[in-house]
Design a protein around this ligand. Structure first.
Ligand SMILES: Cc1cc2nc3c(=O)[nH]c(=O)nc-3n(C[C@H](O)[C@H](O)[C@H](O)COP(=O)(O)OP(=O)(O)OC[C@H]3O[C@@H](n4cnc5c(N)ncnc54)[C@H](O)[C@@H]3O)c2cc1C
Length: 464
């Protein structure tokens, strides 16, 4: 129970205006981008690492859970404080501490918005490739904690490939530093990876060291239009087997195309069964060659049209279409299960076929889009939770999508994390021993279960 005395202690650390406990504030900080809610007892906004240490120690003395929050854009329930206590809102810690063009590294606080770092890197000729569609809102602390992916993952890799080290405050208030600014650090197991994707359950990340890469000089963007979504999916595996690694290979089904067109009115081919948005980058000669080669593959796999963006503005318009999928979804139904079912790339056509069957079986709208080049698909199941029958059908469809993904040797989460939304299925992916090991790791750094309780390996029940 968080008492007035605790509020005073917290206020003495961060200042009263950075401690919130009004009913309105608690409602605002009770959710993320899923449809679930659970209220904290207070929200605290630390301004630096030492304040985080003090807050965590106060929480420990009073046995209060601490749930970190970046921008709250999570799609698996990660920042929802399932057991109440304190929401630690990290967005005041938003300084880019260093962008080193020679060593190609950046050091940032966790509350930096991803796009701000990408822009700062661009200014010195460097690229921070991880580009979740939420990059203008989400924080690097949230990205590292969820191991965010994005369209460029197919060529450059996802967040994990760019984290060199973190500094984290553990549940007892001590600080651990993992990694450093050296790419080839082999001093023991990769502790940094333990925190990457740990969803705020192992420590509060207070500083992050990231790898940057040079900006490729040229890129080309193509849109391939298909009558059948299955042919678009087939193009993905054929392209990936061809030896070309595109920078992006995104898929959209008819429902996504029509919804985005209704939303943006930019002349998308609404009759199409599916489309691919493909980008290749590198030096001029290879990019031209690769773009032509990819275009040929698309046609051979059944594309009725392949459109090459003629300039940056046209390319941006195509990307706007992809980035607008999420807002456009809302036109179809008020609630969604936004999944990130990920399978080996060669099985993308199989996954697409089976999700289409699920759609028919339960008669629920399912958007099929995603970072197909990574095998990272986003079957997004739409429903209205006030309609009991529709909600039940959506839940059954969700169950089937999880099972199909695991049957195909895939993973429950290619980028959105487990949180609690996917936790009931985790044992099926990790096996009993892997699951227990996960619990032991958590217990060893957080024996009283104060950091983000109820998530990943310690799921206890479902919120509806
Ligand atoms: C429209 C939309 C598009 C999206 N597109 C993508 C996409 O393309 N790729 C993708 O991967 N995801 C995507 N997401 C999901 C989401 O944006 C990512 O998971 C993102 O990384 C979350 O960042 P955040 O700052 O909002 O973190 P939050 O949602 O606030 O928190 C996420 C998790 O991180 C933990 N956390 C946050 N900060 C810290 C910290 N400093 N220390 C320890 N733990 C911390 C929280 O406890 C929580 O478990 C999308 C979401 C939306 C709404």
């Amino acid at each position: 129970m968080l008492t007035a005395e605790v509020i005073q202690e917290l206020s003495a650390v961060v200042g009263a205006k950075h401690v919130m406990d009004s009913a309105e504030d608690l409602i605002i900080y009770s959710n993320d981008a899923t449809m679930f809610h659970s209220r904290p007892e207070a929200v605290v906004q630390p301004g630096n690492r030492d304040e985080v240490v003090q807050i965590v120690k106060i929480a420990g003395r009073h046995n209060l859970p601490v749930t970190c929050r970046g921008a709250g854009t999570c799609l698996s329930g990660g920042p929802i404080p399932l057991k109440g206590g304190i929401v630690l809102e990290m967005t005041r810690m938003n300084r880019i501490l260093k962008v080193d063009a020679v060593n190609k590294v950046a050091v940032v606080e966790p509350g930096v918005i991803t796009f701000s770092l990408a822009s700062a890197a661009n200014q010195v000729g460097l690229l921070y490739p991880p580009d979740p569609s939420s990059m203008k809102e989400s924080t690097l602390g949230g990205n590292i904690s969820e191991c965010a992916g994005g369209p460029k993952g197919v060529k450059y890799g996802i967040t994990r490939n760019f984290v060199l080290g973190v500094e984290a405050v553990l549940a007892d208030g001590t600080i651990v530093k993992t990694g450093n600014e050296v790419d080839g650090d082999m001093a023991g197991p990769d502790w940094t990876m333990l925190f990457t994707g740990s969803e705020g359950t192992l420590g509060v990340i207070v500083s992050i060291t990231l790898r940057l890469v040079p900006i490729p000089p040229v890129k080309k963007t193509l849109m391939a239009v298909y009558d059948r979504l299955e042919d678009a999916a087939k193009t993905v595996s054929v392209t990936m087997a061809s030896g070309i690694i595109p920078t992006t290979l995104e898929i959209m089904d008819n429902l996504s195309i029509v919804s985005v067109e209704n939303y943006l009115k930019i002349g998308l081919p609404v009759q199409a069964g599916g489309l691919l948005l493909i980008e290749v980058d590198g030096v001029q000669s290879t990019v031209e060659e690769d773009a032509d080669h990819v275009s040929e593959i698309c046609k051979k796999c059944g594309a009725s049209e392949v459109k090459m963006a003629q300039n940056a503005a046209e390319a941006e318009e195509l990307w706007l279409a992809r980035r607008s999928i999420n807002p456009a979804f809302g036109q179809v139904a008020p609630c969604k299960f936004a999944e990130d079912a990920t399978v080996p790339r060669s099985l993308v056509p199989v996954l697409v076929g089976r999700v289409l069957e699920v759609q028919k079986k339960y008669d629920v709208p399912i958007f099929i889009c995603g970072h197909a080049g990574d095998g990272n698909m986003h079957p997004t199941i739409m429903f209205d939770k006030r309609n009991k029958d529709q909600k039940e059908r959506a839940e059954k469809a969700l169950h089937d999508v999880h099972i199909i993904t695991l049957e195909l040797g895939g993973t429950l989460s290619g980028e959105h994390g487990i949180g609690f939304a996917k936790a009931p299925y985790l044992r099926a992916e990790t096996g009993e021993i892997g699951y227990k090991l996960g619990q032991e790791i958590k217990r060893s750094v957080d024996p009283h279960g104060l950091l983000n309780p109820g998530k990943i390996f310690f799921y206890e029940g479902v919120l509806h």
